[in-house]
Write a new protein. Structure first.
Length: 294
């Protein structure tokens, strides 16, 4: 099947990292493509049986004209009608992290000018890319993601995905850090007993045996696990019937260290009896973000 991956997102969020990974995996990659040339590219590469390439990845960002970004959805629909499988990957990052990254790398923001601050340029970019955000099949927040973690996510969840199957990721997070922007479903497990209040467990995580035992000893924890699994088993097939490409299930507790980690692992382990390709990610246990480039 001919496959086109569009990589977009905020400048500094890691678009070049994602494109480099896809290029290493055999994709024909073009960065900063004008939207107006999208039809020509697909005609020259994907639609040509002699081109030798059935996998293409392109970068589309805020350097495009606003009018062109507004019609991207129409162009994608036309290409899908030609039998090309298209996915749009959008990389997001919060403002404070972007400001720090630009400060560390001393690179110029593409929308920056002498009359506005970097924060204002980032705000303008968010507004300009809003039509693209709404088209995204998958949003990855790189605010606390290192270059290495982003490479793994693109390699394992995007490039390696069977285009005929729904890619499911179950992730844990801490409410004190905010909701993950990529979440389709969110389950709140803050009502469960908290290992944090046991001094011997405070520095451990939901991956450690002592915390697992602590939570397993409570019937309410098992009841929550059963409820989440029952919901997923009933409704995930409906997303598959819609030919969705990606689905993200987020499970949150206060700090994202104990209860949500434990529950994400438990739910994933149970659902893997039905889908072995389920991925698990723990937002608050990741190593943290290094500089990511445009």
């Amino acid at each position: 099947m001919k496959r086109l991956i569009i990589v977009s997102g905020l400048s500094g969020s890691g678009k070049s990292v994602a494109l480099n990974v896809l290029e290493d995996l055999g994709y024909f990659c073009i960065d900063n493509l004008p939207v107006s040339l999208l039809d020509h590219l697909t005609a020259d590469v994907l639609a040509d049986p002699h081109s030798g390439s059935e996998k293409v990845a392109i970068g589309i960002d805020a350097r495009n004209k606003s009018a062109d970004l507004n019609i991207l959805g129409e162009q994608m629909s036309r290409l899908r009608a030609r039998g090309i499988h298209i996915e749009l990957l959008y990389l997001a990052t919060n403002d404070d992290v972007l400001l720090k990254r630009y400060g560390e790398t001393r690179r110029k923001h593409p929308l920056a000018d002498d009359d506005s601050s970097l924060r204002e340029a980032i705000a303008r970019e968010r507004v300009k890319l809003a039509p693209v955000t709404n088209l995204a099949d998958l949003i990855i927040d790189t605010s606390r993601t290192s270059v290495y973690e982003l490479r793994d996510l693109v390699r394992e969840r995007v490039a390696a995905r069977d285009v005929h199957k729904l890619s499911i990721q179950i992730e844990s997070f801490g409410y004190k850090h905010g909701l993950p922007p990529d979440a389709d479903y969110v389950f709140d497990v803050r009502c469960l007993p908290n290992p944090y209040w046991d001094a011997s467990l405070r520095r451990q995580t939901g991956l450690d045996a002592a915390v697992i035992q602590f939570l397993s000893d409570h019937e309410i924890v098992e009841a929550m696990h059963t409820s989440i699994v029952t919901f997923c088993k009933q409704w995930l097939p409906q997303f598959e019937n819609l030919s969705r490409s990606y689905l993200t299930i987020a499970i949150g507790c206060t700090g994202g260290q104990h209860r949500s980690v434990y529950m994400a692992e438990r739910v994933a382990a149970t659902l893997r009896a039905y889908d072995t390709g389920i991925k698990v990610r723990h937002h608050e246990l990741m190593s943290g973000a290094g500089p990511l480039y445009t």
